[in-house]
Design a protein around this ligand. Structure first.
Ligand SMILES: Cc1ncc(COP(=O)(O)O)c(C=O)c1O
Length: 388
């Protein structure tokens, strides 16, 4: 075999899927867009002010420490200790340039080529990419609607006995289903992981969005070795700031630091000051989050009622801001998505983009106004009536 052509993308790249939510589509000014996974409330004012102040004081002209500003890290540790009864210090917190980068740093610092990493399917599309880029193998774990889109504990136990994976990625509340895994089942999953020496990465970026007064379980409460990924994007409406964090043991975070040194050096300085304000003025922040949660819950009910009313089966999501209905047609979800946009000017995401077991579903983000939700649902209902 001769030398390969220069500039040809690496073999790994060919295994990566495009983002199901960032594909170029013809969206007009009247399109109702249910595709975007970002809060529509903007960044809270006190967080914005802190960012502006950091820029004015020229703090932004400097690099932050590799692991993030010590004050931010210790505020996060304190908050986790208070909310989840943990005993973290700043040494257990690592600031990253997003939840996505947190997943990427962890993949590079933990996975060996050939490792088997179990991810929920349907699940957040990017898990596979991080696994592939690290040379590891993704093991899709089927999540079914008839089990409320929760991981089935017995099936997971069987998978551990047969496939013997190295890692499990958990995501509760889930993107794209909105499902929340109950604490008792998480405890069982942690026990199984312990028995089979499976490391856990718990993606908890929707932890502040659980409805009907439900309380989030942080995996770190159940296992002192489980690694938690979180983000400022959904918690604080800071998607554009690209900032996230990892909770881990000092040893785990030392490995992450080595990777961060080469990949980013550090997260941007200005949003870290915004993050400090979010945690420092915590009463205000939590009040704002509670108000948003209440609005999301109203929108969720409106969305699910409307979808069921037009003949879709739809699990009532317990968290996040997504509904994942099954549509009443044998059409492939990519085709359904395209036709719905063309005929009804409603933009959703095909379930297939979240893995093969997402086929037959669409993801609807209800992080948009009630007015948009009502209009979008009306259009979808007419679309479905004309489809039969
Ligand atoms: C489940 C899940 N994890 C991680 C992320 C990454 O978020 P970010 O990179 O904005 O921090 C997202 C974003 O949509 C997500 O849905």
């Amino acid at each position: 075999m001769g030398k390969r052509e220069p500039y040809e993308p690496s073999h790994r790249i060919s295994k990566l899927d495009d983002s199901p939510t960032r594909v170029f589509k013809k969206i007009g000014p009247k399109t109702i867009d249910f595709s975007i996974g970002q809060p529509d409330f903007g960044t809270p004012d006190h967080v914005k002010e802190a960012k502006i102040k950091a820029i004015r004081s020229d703090l932004d002209s400097r690099y932050a420490p590799i692991e993030g500003l010590p004050k931010l890290r210790s505020l996060i540790a304190e908050d986790y200790n208070e909310v989840y009864g943990l005993k973290l210090t700043e040494k257990n917190v690592f600031i990253t340039t997003s939840g996505s980068m947190a997943l990427s740093l962890l993949a590079s610092s933990l996975y060996e080529p050939g490792d088997k990493v179990v991810t929920p399917n349907p699940g957040f599309f990017a898990y596979k990419g991080h696994i592939v880029l690290a040379g590891a193998s993704q093991i899709p774990f089927r999540i079914s609607e008839d089990k409320g889109f929760r991981m089935d504990v017995d099936d997971f136990h069987t998978l551990c006995r047969t496939v013997d994976p190295e890692y499990l990625v958990i995501n509760s509340p889930s993107n794209p289903t909105g499902a929340v895994q109950p604490r008792s089942e998480l405890e069982e999953i942690v026990d199984i992981c312990r028995e089979h020496k499976v490391g856990i990465i718990s993606d908890e970026v929707y932890d502040t969005m659980i409805y009907n007064g439900g309380k989030h379980t942080c995996l770190r409460e159940l296992s002192k070795d489980a690694i938690v990924v979180n983000s400022f994007s959904k918690r604080y409406g800071m998607c554009g700031d690209r900032m996230g964090f990892i909770i881990g043991t000092e040893e785990q975070l030392k490995a992450v630091k080595r990777v961060q040194t080469y990949r980013n050096v550090c997260a941007a300085t200005e949003p870290q000051y915004g993050g400090i304000a979010a945690f420092e003025e915590k009463e205000l922040t939590k009040k704002i989050q509670a108000e948003h949660r209440e609005l999301y819950q109203k929108r969720r009910n409106l969305t699910v009622d409307g979808l069921r009313d037009m003949g879709m089966s739809c699990h009532m999501p317990e968290g996040a801001f997504y509904a994942f209905p099954r549509y009443p047609s044998t059409m492939m979800s990519k085709d359904f998505e395209a036709l719905l946009l063309k005929e009804a000017d409603v933009n959703v995401v095909a379930g297939r983009g979240f893995g093969r077991y997402g086929e037959g579903h669409i993801r609807i983000s209800y992080a948009t106004s009630e007015e948009n939700i009502k209009e979008g649902l009306t259009r979808m209902k007419i679309f479905l009536e004309n489809l039969h």
